[in-house]
Design a protein around this ligand. Structure first.
Ligand code: GDP
Ligand code: MG
Length: 298
């Protein structure tokens, strides 16, 4: 393919309430996991960029933290990241969960879309979980909340409705030259995704405030000289000594589970054997410390 060829090309923001399946959709579109997923809200903290390539299109998708009422400095940062994405894109994709009742007009997160003149597509996700006859009434209600360009029922998990969604995006995106090379799925570093995969396991394996008190830094990445395992050192940061105890678990059992599950996913990502060494460190009140937040990339 010629380099200067034009294709349907542009940026798309994936926004919506927490836990509706934005990151799941991102991974389905890319056919690989670059954005972490959990049943808990506010899993995604940063903006994750994914690049969907086809013969006639390149769609740059920005997965964002959920739009929610933000109280703590970390949550306010997450909201800011989601909202700042809107003016930068060609199309806004607003995703909702079909299993939940639609919001009331006054409190609807669609109000964040009002300031924008961008085309906005509604994705009604998780339709694998609801009866078909409930679709139409739901679409009617969402249609009254915002003048969406299109409303598409999908299942991000079962990859249902994705072709219709891509066709709609291609219709809305301008012609242009590819913004990224065709062979990279994301601009995130392997290091960043490795940290995220570890954080995902903390989200999946711990409860209550623990996931929200946790951040992960990847401290070193040593490629083997002889094609053996790559050695990765990473630190799980928590806010209090008691949380450190929970992350480590009885005789280290929790840390071991986190490490084993994360290692398996990291091996898939890198397509290579991995030795993962995890540490746990208490960093008092990091979720409200601007310096630590900056170090974490906020
Ligand atoms: P986000 O917070 O919007 O990024 O949501 P996630 O992608 O982290 O997903 C939240 C939860 O919903 C996870 O447990 C997913 O497995 C689940 N989920 C996402 N999409 C679907 C779907 O299409 N069908 C079903 N049944 N579950 C889904
Ligand atoms: Mg997410």
């Amino acid at each position: 393919m010629h380099d200067s060829e034009t294709v349907k090309c542009g940026m798309v923001a994936l926004v919506g309430p927490p836990n509706v399946g934005k990151s799941t959709l991102m991974n389905t579109l890319l056919g690989q996991k670059i954005s972490i997923v959990s049943p808990k809200p506010q899993t995604t903290r940063n903006r994750i960029l994914g690049i969907v390539n086809g013969d006639d299109h390149q769609i740059v998708v920005l997965d964002t933290p959920g739009l929610h009422r933000a109280k703590s400095p970390l949550n306010r940062e997450m909201m800011r990241i989601a909202l700042e994405t809107l003016p930068e894109v060609d199309v806004i994709v607003f995703m909702v969960d079909a299993t939940l009742p639609p919001p009331a007009k006054e409190t609807s997160p669609t109000r964040y879309l009002e300031k924008s003149d961008k085309p906005c597509v509604l994705l009604l996700n998780k339709v694998d979980l609801i009866a078909k006859e409930r679709l139409l009434p739901l679409l009617q209600i969402y249609g009254q909340l915002h003048p969406f360009t299109a409303m598409i029922p999908v299942s991000a998990l079962a990859a249902d409705g994705i072709d219709e969604f891509l066709a709609e995006l291609k219709r809305l995106l301008p012609e242009g030259q590819r913004l990224y090379p065709e062979d990279i799925p994301t601009d995130a570093s392997e290091r960043f995704i490795v940290g995220e995969l570890i954080r995902e396991k903390v989200f999946l394996l711990t409860r209550e405030e623990i996931p929200y008190a946790t951040a992960v830094t990847v401290d070193s990445f040593q490629e083997p000289a002889d094609g053996g395992a790559v050695t990765i050192h990473a630190t799980i940061m928590v806010e209090k000594q008691s949380q450190k105890g929970i992350i480590i678990g009885k005789q280290g059992s929790m840390l071991k589970r986190i490490g084993e599950q994360a290692r398996r996913e990291i091996e898939k990502l890198l397509d290579q054997k991995v030795m993962l060494k995890l540490w746990v460190r208490v960093q008092k009140d990091w979720t409200s410390d601007p310096r630590v937040l900056r170090d974490l990339g906020f």
